[in-house]
Design a protein around this ligand. Structure first.
Ligand SMILES: [Zn+2]
Length: 335
């Protein structure tokens, strides 16, 4: 039986949560749970991460618990960032104070200790394991734990939470604690599992640049490779997602990278005609004025690139002769 972990990103939408030094709690929480889900599902066998929100939207507290209960989650983790008076620092975790079983105490101890030992090198104070009457802890029917990573309104903690290495260590510690608690095993083989970072509009840096050039190479116009995930990059990601038949949210996660890899790997392969006759075209257009000739069943052409066709959801392959041929799987197969 596969295990289910409900990952709850605190706040969202009209509720920013705590804010400090230019960061908003809701953004950090979403960032964390997306990464946790990715590590959990890509590196561990037999486990699924369920999210109470995967975008910046408002979700009622009661709805968060309802989602976890309806999904039959084995464990519920709520991710939050703390705030107090600007000088308080450190990590703390909460379970419900209304009487919980030993399993919930074990979950808290396991995850809490993983985080403390993992973040030891950053000198993040350990504020301890705590109990409180939080709605999401009270209304969930499985073992539930709420994490307060660090204080967003404290300059030192805030600076730590901005660092990608710190974020990665925190997310990995949570997942490792969960894996230990649930008795999950690492996926065998590994190697080609995607372990990158989810990228979305507003992100910057070399990972964004790499995504942009891969998109451009695969025939999706991400514009200039400037390391900035703007409207053009988001649009290119969305067209790729539409072509691949995955959720077209404009956010580049593991599925998007897989789709991109599939598209890129077509280059240099042969596109083979599988219907009796098929038009090839002088430009990437399904307009009859673009028809340049006909290929017969079994004829094969080397793929130079995959291109979008204006006004159509079907792509074309540019082939070595300079002509274009449909990429629709009803008409051609790639070998
Ligand atoms: Zn919060």
């Amino acid at each position: 039986m596969s295990k289910k972990v409900c990952l709850d990103a605190g706040h969202g939408g009209s509720d920013p949560g705590a804010v400090g030094h230019g960061l908003r709690e809701k953004d950090l929480c979403l960032d964390r749970v997306l990464r946790m889900k990715q590590i959990l599902e890509s590196e561990y066998a037999g486990v699924e991460g369920i999210l109470t929100r995967s975008t910046d939207r408002f979700v009622e507290l009661s709805e968060r618990a309802r989602i976890a209960n309806a999904a039959g989650a084995d464990v519920f983790i709520s991710d939050h960032k703390n705030a107090f008076n600007g000088s308080a620092r450190g990590f703390e975790s909460y379970i419900w104070n209304g009487g919980v079983g030993q399993a919930t105490r074990n979950l808290q101890n396991t995850v809490h200790n993983k985080i403390v030992s993992s973040l030891n090198g950053y000198s993040l104070p350990n504020r301890g394991t705590k109990e409180a009457n939080f709605s999401v802890l009270r209304n969930t029917s499985m073992s539930a734990l709420l994490l307060e990573e660090a204080f967003i309104d404290n300059a030192t903690d805030n600076n730590l939470m901005r660092q990608s290495a710190f974020k990665e260590a925190y997310c990995r510690a949570v997942v490792e604690g969960l894996a230990e608690h649930l008795g999950l095993s690492k996926k065998s083989g590994g190697g080609d599992e995607w372990t990158g970072q989810v990228l979305r509009r507003g992100d910057r840096g070399p990972l964004v640049g790499s995504l942009q050039s891969q998109l451009n190479n695969a025939g999706y116009n991400a514009g200039t490779v400037d390391d900035i995930y703007g409207a053009k990059t988001e649009g290119a990601v969305r067209s790729l997602q539409e072509d691949a038949g995955i959720t077209a949210d404009g956010i580049a996660g593991p599925q998007t990278y897989n789709a991109l890899k599939d598209r890129q790997s077509e280059v240099g392969k042969m596109v083979v005609v599988k219907v009796d006759t098929l038009n090839y075209r002088s430009r990437p257009s399904f307009d009859s004025s673009a028809i340049a000739g006909q290929a017969k069943k079994g004829e094969a052409f080397t793929i130079v690139e995959r291109v979008n066709v204006q006004g159509s959801s079907t792509d074309m392959y540019k082939i070595k002769s300079g002509y274009y041929i449909t990429a629709h799987p009803n008409y051609v197969v790639v070998r």
